[in-house]
Design a protein around this ligand. Structure first.
Ligand SMILES: NC(=O)c1ccc[n+]([C@@H]2O[C@H](COP(=O)([O-])OP(=O)(O)OC[C@H]3O[C@@H](n4cnc5c(N)ncnc54)[C@H](OP(=O)(O)O)[C@@H]3O)[C@@H](O)[C@H]2O)c1
Length: 265
């Protein structure tokens, strides 16, 4: 039996942000393994469309509208799914939003939405998962960070903060819960609606390819996984630059990644 089949076959898996992009592709990539899915996001109709697409498969679909920035809502969804299936094997924390946060384009509502969704939402989701998995004594929590967490990025510093926060939170929890698996994934550019206004999407990859890379990394029980490989090398290189060199590089990155004025969000 392949490593992927051995790891994923018949698992009970929660995916947040399954209505679009990476979350949707993840679900599609896991369908061959006869998974029981809990698909969560705010747009329930999109989740239903995804489930309908695979109604003749061996998979089961449990669908709930859920805003991850609402602590009680995400906690209730995870507790309900655990009650429904008896045991949760994997909680995949994927919901996220990204906005420009440069000073000349500062918008408090967007800043707070990023923090509430990407960071607080990830912590709310992980905490509910830990309540369930701590009792079970097993399970895996996967958090989607971003390659933007490599340093504080110009125009994206709030997004960078929220994404490195996911890694650090899961890393801390890994010490407290050695019986559980914790994997943080930092994707580079993947072709999804979140970044389709960005110019110069370096080493862009397709969603389906991204999903395959991620399910393999989780099956290998990686602690942190950065993809694609070019971004992994770049991420590690930038992370280790001394500040004065990083600031020089970041100044160039700032101009390289600036969208046309009318597309700035
Ligand atoms: N694509 C990339 O290049 C890239 C790179 C690095 C990291 N990421 C990360 O990958 C994750 C998925 O993003 P994506 O690229 O697939 O973008 P996407 O297509 O825009 O999907 C974002 C997902 O997050 C969900 N979401 C947003 N706010 C939510 C909330 N308050 N509660 C529940 N769900 C919420 C959305 O569902 P609803 O609108 O239905 O709620 C949607 O399903 C994000 O965490 C993103 O930061 C993406």
């Amino acid at each position: 039996m392949s490593r992927l089949k051995k790891y994923w076959q018949g698992k009970n898996i929660v995916i947040t942000g399954a209505s679009s992009g990476l979350g949707k592709s993840l679900c599609e990539a896991l369908v061959p393994y006869g998974v029981h899915f809990a698909l969560l996001s705010r747009r329930e109709s999109k989740l239903q469309e995804l489930a309908d697409q695979f109604k003749d498969s061996d998979c089961k679909f449990w669908i709930r509208a859920c805003d991850v920035s609402n602590q009680q809502q995400i906690q209730q969804c995870i507790y309900d799914f655990a009650g429904h299936v008896g045991k949760i094997d994997v909680v995949w924390i994927n919901s996220g939003v990204s906005h420009d946060s440069s000073m000349d384009n500062w918008n408090w509502e967007k800043v707070e939405t990023m923090i509430d969704t990407n960071l607080k939402g990830a912590i709310y989701t992980a905490k509910a998962a830990l309540d369930v998995m701590g009792e079970q004594g097993c399970g895996a929590i996967v958090g989607i960070g971003s390659a933007s967490s490599m340093r504080g990025l110009p125009r994206r510093s709030i997004y960078s903060v929220t994404k490195i926060g996911v890694e650090y939170f899961l890393e801390g929890m890994a010490v407290d819960f050695p019986q559980l698996q914790f994997t943080t994934i930092h994707p580079g550019y993947v072709d999804t609606p979140i970044n389709n206004k960005s110019p110069n999407r370096l080493w862009l990859i397709h969603c389906d390819k991204a999903a395959q890379l991620m399910i393999k990394a989780v099956a290998k029980r990686k602690h942190v996984y950065i993809y694609p490989w070019q971004m992994r090398l770049f991420y590690k290189f930038v992370r280790h630059l001394p500040h004065f060199l990083y600031y020089k590089l970041a100044e160039r990155m700032k101009n390289y990644s600036r969208p046309p004025k009318e597309q700035q969000n």
